[in-house]
Design a protein around this ligand. Structure first.
Ligand SMILES: Nc1nc2c(ncn2[C@@H]2O[C@H](COP(=O)(O)OP(=O)(O)OP(=O)(O)O)[C@@H](O)[C@H]2O)c(=O)[nH]1
Ligand SMILES: [Mg+2]
Length: 335
């Protein structure tokens, strides 16, 4: 059925078709539903909103896992291996790759598919690159909805890959249960600065590429990270972060990662953190959504749009202060 749909010119699907398709796990329709929630067209937004509303009761039955790390550290290869183990254990795996560079380098989406070679051929897996930069609402604004769609489609392991270079991992942290930081031997300087902030968020740090001549360095790196983690305050979840070493390329050590994930899940389900964390995340999502809507309505407001370029010019020339100008535009909006 999916093939037939793909080759026909795209006709608009109605809400019931989206619903049916997603709920029966039809991948083509799932993909179109994700495209729908990513759309910035007002008419699409409306259908997307109703679709999400109807599907919400069928979401939540998954473990959401965020995977971050510097470019090239091996995230996709890691997910390829880990996802394979998950499907072998009977799970259905959805991978959402949030790629901050995909706006500029269109090639990286293709790159990700090829780097997840096994998983992209796996009938129990679904891989979807997500736009991020340049999207209204910012990184991850639609990734959350995409992951809910995947849950409604029956995927019970959601893996979100994001490059740890800025804000994206913070947004991803806000939508997952379990947060993994991938690093590699010789990346010792990563313990400084921004990486430290990311490491503090991690439930698990994986030293990847622990193979070949990097094996020894991997052991050292592992100890360094263990030491670094001791310096952070205890987590709200009560979970003590772990450090694993693995070779995604040789599929070594990935089973250990799954064991840690299982232990983590058991612990946060029992303690109630899983539920309370998801509740907090829903509130966070509400606030994000409000910000997005306010911003959109503001910049689409007819009067604001009419005045905007002139006001910008006045500010540029130094005739009006930025604050006074912002206040004036806000008055127009609120009138
Ligand atoms: N030796 C070794 N190489 C690895 C391992 N995992 C990944 N690589 C290699 O590292 C390179 C980058 O791997 P990717 O999986 O694409 O890394 P990534 O973090 O997803 O990269 P971006 O998505 O571009 O940020 C590829 O050439 C992989 O073959 C590993 O465990 N050992
Ligand atoms: Mg990748």
């Amino acid at each position: 059925m999916s093939g037939a749909l793909e080759h026909r010119p795209r006709r608009r699907m109605d809400l019931e078709e989206y619903l049916q398709g997603v709920m029966t796990g039809d991948r083509t329709i799932l993909s179109r539903a994700i495209t729908l929630v990513e759309s910035t067209l007002a008419s699409d937004k409306q259908v997307a909103g109703r679709l999400m509303e109807r599907l919400m009761p069928y979401t939540g039955n998954s473990i959401r896992i965020g995977i971050t790390g510097a470019p090239g550290v091996g995230k996709s290869t890691f997910i390829d291996g880990l996802g394979g183990l998950m499907t072998a254990a009977g799970h259905k795996v959805a991978v959402l790759a949030v790629d901050p560079s995909s706006q500029e380098t269109k090639g990286s989406i293709l790159g990700d598919k090829t780097r997840m070679q096994a998983l992209s051929q796996n009938p129990a897996a679904y891989i979807r690159p997500s736009p991020s930069k340049g999207m209204l609402g910012g990184i991850g604004a639609t990734t959350r909805e995409s992951s809910l769609l995947c849950e409604a489609a029956g995927f019970d392991r959601i893996l979100v890959e994001t490059v740890g270079v800025g804000q994206s991992e913070v947004s991803v942290k806000e939508m997952v249960d379990f947060f993994v930081l991938l690093t590699m031997p010789g990346a010792g300087d990563e313990l400084q600065g921004i990486k430290k902030g990311i490491m503090e968020m991690a439930d698990l740090v994986v030293i990847n590429k622990a193979d070949g001549e990097r094996l020894h360095a991997a052991r050292i790196a592992q100890q360094e990270v263990v030491n670094a983690l001791h310096l952070f305050p205890p987590k709200r979840s009560g979970w003590t972060p772990r450090v694993c070493a693995c070779s995604s390329k040789d599929a070594k050590g990935l089973d250990q990662v799954l064991l840690v994930l299982d232990e983590f899940t058991r612990q946060i389900v029992v303690s109630g953190f899983m539920e309370s964390n998801r509740s907090e995340q829903r509130v966070h999502w509400l606030m994000q959504q409000l910000q997005y809507l306010l911003e959109r309505h503001f910049f689409e407001h007819a009067e604001v749009r009419r005045e905007m370029s002139q006001v910008r010019e006045q500010v540029r020339q130094g005739q009006v202060s930025s604050i006074a100008a912002a206040n004036r535009l806000m008055e127009l909006f609120l009138k």
